[in-house]
Design a protein around this ligand. Sequence first.
Ligand code: XBP
Ligand code: MG
Length: 256
Amino acid sequence: MKIDNNQLHAVLFDVDGTLADTERDGHRLAFNAAFEESGLDWNWGIELYGELLTITGGKERIRHYIERYAPEKLSKSGLDGWIAALHQTKTRHFIALLECGRIPLRPGVARLIHELRATDIKMAIATTTSPENVTALLKSTLGEDSPSWFEVIGAGDIVPGKKPAPDIYLWVLEQLGLSAQHCLALEDSENGLKAALAAGLNTLITVNGYTYGQDFSGARLVLSDLGELSQPYEVLAGNIQNEGLINASALSRLNS
Ligand code: XBP
Ligand code: MG
């Protein structure tokens, strides 16, 4: 399908919180399972995890937790390697959760991705999470070949600075060979929005339980979710011809 659009050449999706509600009942549980497996008595509750989410990146989040709540570990020799190994254990647990189908896509996500595939608008991923998590989430929800639907997958440690730094968005734009004005970012968090805005991208926010109420100044639009025919979105900030669901034409209009 050719969308009447001079402006929108690619949609850049964030992953955690945007494609799926991965944090509370996904990453958090995987961190706790890794702590238990490693003989640590740490347990990240729902509220504490919300605070820790201000630090993006799992390894960075563990280090922040140590600095704040378990400083005796700071003198451990080879701390970076120890954190990396603990984080690998966490990734194994997270992927196991995905593979047993415990984490579904958010409303409207599969619908929009299938619709975009039929247009000339490209899709890409720009996320802080580890690359293997992205592939596992896509495969478990959209099928084995779905990672190939995305022109570029930018994830994890391939750039020096994680969100709110713009690095991952700039890297994805460079790989796509597109300028920011021809792309739109889909995000769920203030850190994600800051990263996208700093890369010069118009941004659509869909909030979730952890990010509701964050500062989304500068976003083009803030919605409850992307909406389904049977479950329209709610507009939280910004203007849109309210059709209750975000489709390719709506994204093109947002970027014009
Ligand atoms: C996601 C993150 C990640 C995940 C955990 O941020 O900050 O750290 O919480 O994944 P965003 P890893 O949605 O803005 O990309 O443990 O693999 O880092
Ligand atoms: Mg996110």
